[in-house]
Design a protein around this ligand. Structure first.
Ligand SMILES: Nc1ncnc2c1ncn2[C@@H]1O[C@H](COP(=O)(O)OP(=O)(O)OP(=O)(O)O)[C@@H](O)[C@H]1O
Ligand SMILES: [Mg+2]
Length: 415
């Protein structure tokens, strides 16, 4: 009988377990607290998760990789199936098997069954659709109960991060928590402090929470559409008429959660036809090669790696020589900003909306706590900080604050 806090992220998952009143993060894979939210279905029916799943795919093993499945929550797709070898699996079951493995690893580390769960959630899974939002939470709740959790409750991810941040405070402040992850950007404006931390009921300390469905996977998509997809025929012309080839293939191919749609047999037939009608058939042939060899995730992995390298070092290339000798896409900081600046602007705009909802002006915010992998993007950080120019910027544990906060909350609720 033990309690846990689960941060099931679009890109990464963490789990914190409460034992003897203490919250500790579980080493979910090797020595790492983070487990990439990825599942690889081997064609023999077994699965690998996390880095091992990505490695199986990259190593060319026969099977199907799935990432960013959190993005599917709240949509009708959840009850639909995806083709894996000769059989079809429901997205819901893919999620369940992944989370079952996370729970199993948590129980192995804790040495006892995990029975009580505080589940993280974004402020909005889906923008402007309360119905879909409820459905997403209900689905996660049902999966957790199917997995054997007896008590399941939810907490907003930025509120969880605030609890982790609060531990380092020695006086009271009004903080903006900004959690910019793989799928969503989430904000809370909260009163924090050592005295307040001791209270059991914190609702009055939360002035507002708000979020928008923009995260690192959207930056990946825009960067891919801007730099890699044109090499595969995106925005190229059909031979007759003044029209472009359909853009839907390129959108799916650059969207982590949609890549596998291209492996439906019908798509191959459509592309054969498209190649015949295209003004530059050699570009469509590259697209066909990616689809036929099921290398869509290899492209996405290359683009994400280039984004991270640009954030860290200022420039990078996406190597595509596996697709065609000498082919590559170069990315630098200016290019990254050109293709994804609009996303950063919309994230910054949401800070304004959160301030308005809290009924405070920007200068009332003492500190901005930055967490989530996408806060490593300089233009994202500046868009947020520009909305609260006088606040002190505090860099959080980018991948760990939410999970730790959820475990602290689990200790408070169930410990
Ligand atoms: N150094 C870096 N520079 C830029 N982006 C990065 C860096 N490291 C990771 N990222 C991006 O951060 C994102 C993952 O962040 P994080 O693990 O916080 O998301 P998550 O919690 O899984 O998602 P969410 O909370 O939105 O469901 C990915 O899109 C990844 O590409
Ligand atoms: Mg997150």
């Amino acid at each position: 009988m033990a309690a846990a806090g689960l941060d099931f992220g679009t890109s990464n998952t963490t789990l914190g377990v409460v034992a003897g009143g203490r919250a500790d993060m579980v080493r979910l894979e090797g020595g790492e607290d983070t487990l990439p939210s990825a599942t690889f279905y081997h064609y023999d029916g077994t699965i690998s998760v996390g880095r091992a799943a990505v490695a199986a795919y990259v190593g060319g093993e026969h099977g199907r990789l799935m990432r960013a499945l959190k993005s599917v929550l709240g949509s009708a797709l959840m009850e639909e199936t995806t083709l894996v070898g000769r059989s079809r699996v429901k997205f819901r079951d893919v999620l369940k098997r992944y989370l079952a493995e996370v729970k199993r690893r948590g129980e192995a580390a804790a040495g006892q069954p995990l029975t009580h769960l505080v589940h993280g959630r974004p402020v909005h899974f889906v923008d402007g659709n309360p119905e879909a939002d409820r459905l997403a939470e209900t689905t996660l709740d049902a999966i957790a109960r199917d997995l054997g959790f007896k008590e399941v409750s939810f907490q907003y991810e930025p509120i969880a991060a605030s609890l982790d941040y609060e531990r380092q405070l020695d006086r009271e402040e009004l903080a903006l928590i900004a959690d910019i992850g793989g799928g969503t950007s989430d904000f809370s404006i909260v009163r924090l402090g050592p005295e307040r931390a001791k209270k059991a009921e914190r609702a009055a300390d939360v002035l507002a929470s708000d979020g928008v469905r923009i995260g690192g996977t959207d930056f990946d998509r825009q960067l891919s559409l801007g730099t890699v997809m044109p090499l595969l025929g995106f925005r190229s012309r059909l031979a007759r008429g003044e029209i472009d080839v359909p853009s839907v293939y390129y959108h799916d191919l650059s969207t982590w959660s949609a890549i596998n749609r291209l492996y439906e047999p019908r798509i191959h037939r459509e592309l054969v036809d498209l190649e015949r009608r295209a003004a530059e058939p050699q570009l469509i042939q590259r697209l066909m090669r990616v689809v036929d060899d099921e290398r869509g995730h290899a492209l996405a992995i290359g683009v994400e790696a280039a984004k991270i390298a640009v954030a860290e070092d200022g420039a990078a290339t996406v190597p595509l020589d596996w697709l065609e000798g000498g082919l590559a896409a170069a990315v630098d900081h200016a290019g990254l900003v050109r293709h994804t600046g609009e996303l950063a602007r919309r994230i910054g705009e949401r800070v304004g909306a959160c301030l308005a909802a809290a009924g405070v002006t920007a200068d009332a915010i003492d500190a901005v706590f930055l967490t989530g992998g996408s806060t490593r993007l300089e233009h994202v950080r500046s868009a947020i900080l520009a909305a609260v120019p006088e606040a002190r910027a505090v860099a959080g544990n980018v991948f760990g604050s939410v999970g730790m906060g959820l475990a602290l909350e689990a200790a408070r609720r169930y410990g």
